[in-house]
Ligand binder design. Structure first.
Ligand code: ADP
Ligand code: MN
Ligand code: MN
Ligand code: MN
Length: 370
């Protein structure tokens, strides 16, 4: 199989002719949702007669849940409830991307809809003004499933020169990263940075700071845009927490948190209190920090490659080998935020942010109570 997809090599000049046709005042709205795997994203598009000025102008819709592992064929209609609207960076204004929640036929949340409970917890703790920032690491793959531009069936030179690198021998796939960044900015996704990672073809982007449930909404749409950009270039992206075994870094989704109290003078005291609470619920958090109850993170959180061992909790200022790190500047300033380094690249950010707020603010179980 070729490393780059055939579709990515179709005539793009021809495509541009059609994409620049006027669209008669109509608006194309692409509904995006999380499928039954809890990890995969799906989307479909409809025409609205006018450009929606707000979320309220975008109607609910439905889809066939039996084709996304979300329902049985005999009762397959699922509801799509719009929750956040973005500009469409692919087919441009006035068209929209809209992130949706999925409800079952009886309007109960679908199994993988963790947004409802996340939102409830964020609403209940609103007065704390909780901000998050998440660092999404990922790896680019060729169509054959091997990291992009790694020698066929083999390995590149060992880790060392690749992190934040420049130069054709050390940087694999920067086009994707630059296009994704611009597309997120156009869309209105709160992306705040990007860097090349330690493993060749591995990258990171950061989203934040975002308050409450907006964190996960923005990260999911940033992920959708990344998959879509990769599709244009004919490559794949994997959020697997340890795409290559051996002496290669895994992919995490470090989660940075602060409350109003932590950001104000003397806030370090509240940061330390929150970390102490996290230390007492380590296993509960590990359970919700990847897609398989901690199984995925077992391969990544080994105590090597800038990770802490999955079985124990640790914390420290500027310590990238700890479960939780207080950035050096925050230690110096005596206020700011802290970083939970445990969430895996394939985590559901609704579950991660909810668990952190439950533990640190509500003193409740990290996982779903029901
Ligand atoms: P690292 O040094 O761990 O690689 P990055 O620069 O990659 O850090 O990411 C820092 C993250 O912290 C960003 O997502 C940013 O939005 C987030 N962040 C910055 N300030 C705050 C804050 N006060 N509260 C929560 N998150 C924050
Ligand atoms: Mn980072
Ligand atoms: Mn990183
Ligand atoms: Mn980090």
């Amino acid at each position: 199989m070729e490393s780059v997809s055939a579709c990515s090599k179709l005539n793009k000049t021809l495509r541009q002719h059609y994409l620049s046709l006027p669209q008669g005042g109509k608006c194309q709205v692409t509904y995006i949702w999380i499928d039954g795997s809890g990890e995969g994203l799906r989307s479909k598009t409809r025409t609205l007669d006018t450009e929606p000025q707000s979320l309220a102008a975008i109607p609910e819709w439905n889809f066939d849940g039996s084709s996304t592992d979300q329902s049985k064929g005999s009762n397959s209609d699922m509801y799509l409830v719009p929750v956040r609207m973005f500009r469409d960076p692919f087919i441009l204004d006035p068209n929209k991307l809209v992130l949706c929640e999925v409800l079952k036929y009886n309007r109960e949340p679908a199994e993988t809809n963790h947004r409802i409970s996340c939102n409830q917890v964020m609403e209940a703790t609103k007065e704390h003004c909780v901000w998050f920032g998440m660092e999404q690491e990922y790896c680019l793959l060729g169509m054959e499933g091997h990291p992009y531009r790694w020698p066929k069936g083999g390995f590149p030179r060992g880790q060392g020169p690749y992190y934040c690198a420049v130069g054709a021998d050390n940087v694999f796939g920067r086009d994707i990263v630059e296009c994704h960044y611009k597309a997120c900015l156009y869309a209105g996704v709160k992306i705040c940075g990007t860097n090349a990672e330690v493993m060749p073809s591995q990258w990171e982007f950061q989203v934040g700071p975002c308050e409450g449930v907006a964190m996960a909404d923005h990260l999911w749409v940033a992920r959708f845009i990344l998959h879509r950009v990769c599709e244009d270039f004919g490559l794949l992206v994997t959020m697997d927490p340890k795409p290559m075994t051996g002496n290669w870094n895994g992919s995490g989704c470090h989660t940075n948190i602060s409350t109003k109290q932590m950001r104000e003078e003397g806030g370090l005291k509240y940061i330390e209190q929150a970390i102490e609470k996290l230390s007492r619920r380590h296993q509960e958090h590990i359970h919700v920090y990847d897609q398989h109850g901690g199984e995925d993170n077992k391969r990544r959180l080994t105590g090597h490659h800038e990770t802490a061992d999955i079985h124990s909790f640790s914390s420290g200022v500027a310590n990238r080998g700890a479960s939780v790190r207080i950035p050096r500047q925050v230690g110096k300033d005596g206020c700011g935020y802290f970083e939970d380094r445990r969430p895996a690249a394939n985590c559901d950010p609704y579950r991660v942010t909810e668990a952190i707020v439950r533990t640190c603010i509500l003193d409740a179980e990290a996982g779903d109570i029901n």
